[in-house]
Design a protein around this ligand. Structure first.
Ligand SMILES: [Zn+2]
Length: 480
């Protein structure tokens, strides 16, 4: 509270001294946020109204829009497409080359909708009660509009840059990366080569209406599709067989489903639980501290608690397995000779797949069941180096989070997959950030991919500014 009063007084003093209040030496020229907010809203609603459900995508709707807005203000745009209806857009503001480029990305596709389930039509961008509703309002239009507004603002204010600022709007993020980031990374890597990248994947958590922390994604788990195949003799179902493939498969699925894969923390998750322990009240803080001492009785109890009550955190502790599909048999009186199950496996970034497969095979402990990896081109993500906590980029994010949200920054590992995987695999350090949302909103059905996806209008503006501050801090030319 006192800190705020002092800040306001300082700002007032600066104004009364005279001189151009729009220029702050420390942070470069100050944008006119009030004007930018209404412009951000206009573009955001226009973008939410574009139907880019994937499948089929039709992401050209978004790239056409962004292209025309940027080109109108003299920002050069390139389009790269393996499928003309699913292009990727790259815009670049040139710097003086003192530092390598910075990449800001947002994806242009959204997941599909069932319009019957929506209170407000999914592509209406309806404003109601301080929220904007629509598919993509959280995932991932905020990054698209914020990246666009950041480039426009840097350009209008003529901010001199020490590095190129690249803005990528990529298609196909929701399960068809071969037209989007996969295509860009394999065919046009030069166009997006950067030292740092900023993208979706982080989250800024509001609890009880107040921002509690800004979580930044430093690394993420690697999705792998696995299959269990049980084989056995077929026969007449009136004469039960010990080798029944369905029975063997069921036992194997239960065994891997209940398997508590050993906990392994890395630099990111260690720091995550440390910082969470500092800001959360007891008994959460005690649980997080216990996890930092693996092997202790407290750690095992905390692990069980998270498995039951906070599956997202439990998944950060280990390579995880979710059996999701099962098939076998074709009529009631035939014992089938084969049955199979599909497992959604999310590996720790440094997991050894061969050793993991061997361990799973021991857990199944049944020669009638084979576990194996299945290639899944659209979902496959390469592994890359986790982002550093002691980098210039993390410092810029921390300072922008403190300036805009008055909150701490917490490094975390994403349990899902993002397009940062491909960029990290090219050597960039990638940081996932996200707009602030009430943590209570998700379970109530207002989160990303839900039937009532929504964002707080005020948080959209704050996120655009947060994004601008990070990019400006990292790219603006600094004397020395
Ligand atoms: Zn997304």
């Amino acid at each position: 509270m006192r800190k705020r009063v002092v800040a306001v007084l300082t700002a007032m003093a600066a104004l009364s001294i005279g001189g151009p209040p729009r220029v702050r030496a420390e942070n470069g020229p100050a944008p006119d946020w009030a004007r930018l907010n209404s412009e951000t809203l206009r573009h955001f609603q226009a973008l939410v109204r574009l139907d880019t459900q994937n499948p089929p995508g039709n992401e050209y709707l978004v790239t056409d829009y962004v292209k025309s807005v940027l080109e109108k203000e003299g920002i050069p745009v390139q389009i790269f497409a393996s499928d003309p209806k699913r292009p990727n857009l790259v815009a670049r503001l040139k710097g003086n080359g003192k530092k390598p480029p910075l990449l800001y990305m947002g994806h242009s596709d959204v997941v599909t909708v069932d319009p019957k389930k929506w209170t407000f039509p999914p592509f209406s961008a309806t404003r109601d009660g301080g929220y904007i509703y629509g598919r993509g309002s959280l995932d991932d239009r905020p990054h698209v509009v914020s990246g666009m507004m950041t480039l426009l603002t840097l350009k209008r204010l003529n901010v001199p840059l020490d590095r190129d600022v690249i803005f990528l709007v990529e298609s196909g993020e929701e399960g068809t990366t071969e037209v989007g980031i996969g295509y860009m990374a394999s065919q046009h890597a030069d166009a997006i080569a950067a030292e740092y990248c900023i993208a979706e994947g982080g989250s800024t958590a509001r609890i009880g209406g107040k921002v509690n922390y800004a979580a930044v994604e430093m690394t993420e788990k690697l999705p792998r599709r696995m299959e269990l195949v049980a084989t056995g003799p077929s026969g007449h179902a009136s004469r039960p067989l010990q080798g029944n493939a369905v029975v063997h498969l069921a036992a194997a699925v239960a065994a891997v489903g209940r398997w508590r894969v050993p906990v392994r923390l890395n630099a990111t998750t260690t720091e995550f639980f440390k910082r969470m322990a500092d800001i959360m009240p007891a008994p959460e803080s005690a649980r997080y501290r216990a996890l930092l001492d693996p092997g202790s009785a407290g750690a095992a109890a905390a692990d069980s608690y998270l498995a039951e009550n906070a599956p997202g955190y439990a998944s950060m502790l280990r390579t995880s397995i979710s059996p999701t599909m099962i098939e076998g048999g074709y009529r009631i009186n035939v014992i089938p000779s084969e049955a199979r199950a599909t497992l959604d496996v999310r590996m720790l970034p440094d997991e050894n797949p061969d050793q993991f497969l061997a361990a799973m095979t021991r857990v199944i402990n049944d020669p009638a069941v084979v576990a194996r990896y299945v290639n899944d081109a659209g979902a496959l993500r390469p592994s890359g180096r986790p982002a550093r906590i002691d980098s210039e980029a993390f410092a810029a994010i921390q300072s922008a989070a403190s300036r805009n949200y008055d909150t701490v920054t917490i490094p975390m590992m994403g349990t899902g997959a993002t397009d940062m995987a491909q960029v990290r695999a090219k050597g960039a350090e990638c940081y996932g950030i996200g707009p602030a949302a009430d943590v209570e909103d998700g379970p109530k059905g207002y989160g990303a991919h839900s039937d009532q996806e929504r964002i707080l209008e005020s948080e959209l503006y704050r996120f655009a500014r947060f994004s601008y501050d990070i990019v400006n801090d990292l790219a603006r030319a600094k004397a020395n």
